[in-house]
Design a binder for this molecule. Structure first.
Ligand SMILES: [Zn+2]
Length: 326
């Protein structure tokens, strides 16, 4: 272990909680004994990460350079869910900016619903697809190149925070991009979720792993205040909406360390008892994959058509009128 300082609380004492990734390859995971943040024992260097993303990432993790119809359909449905979740909490004209927009489905769903909606995505294949097929305003770009001019109204960070070397640096940066009344939505895997997703735990690309408590602690110490936590405590994904706050106080939840250790050891104990349920959920997963393959192609064709229709409607009308009418 070479990690010197916890990214959340600057603590320096760690305990090893894993030595393998989800595929059985060597990967040391540690927990901070002060705040309970889970991270790699060896935080990769910038060079190692650049290497990894340039070569392995899209192939080994996403499995593809150009997104499949199934992936696009799932991303689209996910974008619709995020929009439905956030709609009651945001201004109908709020502009939206997504960091790590992927295929750009979420950005596009907000745009189709009357929002000025843009994003950045570093991955070439996904960004090309986003711009060319879905006609999104997603450009290739990096978070730390964005202006910190307090102009953004809603920033989305969906399944991205776990990839940062320093999530603290990322959240502090985003706080600087946001207006004082701006909102910040973050979604990432929940390491405290029950067993079913445990097989997906620990991945080289996921440098930090969060519980509801550690994500909240980190965001609060970066100038945010929790507004809504969507879903239940046991959801496989954390989904939190924050507003901006003047306070950047770090309030350490000292229970998080023990609770996280406990939930991880329970996961191992539960393995045997949950096995039949686990198998049947695997079976229904396979069935649902097959259904998805059959319907994805048609679904994506419809989505692409809708995006094109929207673009041609917009060419006929002034964008300001369109927004006012929406
Ligand atoms: Zn810590």
């Amino acid at each position: 272990m070479v990690q010197k300082q916890c990214d959340l609380c600057a603590g320096t004492e760690f305990e090893q909680i894993g030595d393998r990734d989800r595929h059985g390859n060597a990967l040391e995971s540690v927990i901070c004994k002060s705040c309970g943040l889970v991270a790699h024992g060896n935080i990769p260097t910038d060079e190692e990460l650049a290497d990894y993303y340039a070569t392995e990432y899209r192939q080994s993790y996403h499995g593809e350079m150009i997104p499949s119809d199934r992936r696009v359909m799932r991303a689209w449905k996910n974008g619709e869910r995020i929009f439905r979740q956030l709609q009651p909490h945001i201004e109908p004209v709020a502009d939206v900016f997504e960091v790590g927009a992927g295929i750009g489905c979420t950005v596009k769903v907000f745009e189709l619903n009357g929002h000025q909606s843009t994003g950045i995505e570093p991955g070439e294949g996904f960004q090309d697809y986003s711009q060319q097929r879905l006609l999104t305003n997603v450009v290739r770009g990096d978070l730390f190149e964005q202006p910190r001019d307090h102009s953004r109204e809603l920033v989305l960070l969906v399944h991205v925070i776990e990839h940062f070397k320093s999530p603290r640096r990322a959240l502090e940066y985003i706080r600087g991009m946001l207006a004082d009344n701006g909102l910040f939505y973050v979604e990432c895997p929940n390491i405290a979720a029950p067993f079913a997703r445990r097989s997906k735990m620990f991945h080289y690309a996921h440098i930090h792993n969060f519980t509801p408590s550690s994500l909240k602690m980190l965001a609060e110490s970066c100038g945010f205040q929790l507004e809504v936590q969507f879903g239940s405590k046991e959801d496989p994904y954390l989904q939190m909406l924050f507003s901006c706050s003047d306070s950047r106080e770090l309030k350490i939840d000292y229970n998080n360390y023990q609770q996280t250790i406990q939930v991880l050891s329970q996961a191992t104990a539960l393995r045997y008892h949950l096995r039949p349920r686990y198998l049947s959920s695997r079976f229904s997963k396979v069935a649902s994959y097959l259904r998805e393959h059959l319907t994805a192609k048609q679904h994506v064709a419809e989505v692409v058509k809708e995006c094109q229709q929207f673009a041609s409607d917009q060419e006929d009308e002034e964008p300001t009128e369109l927004r006012a009418a929406a």
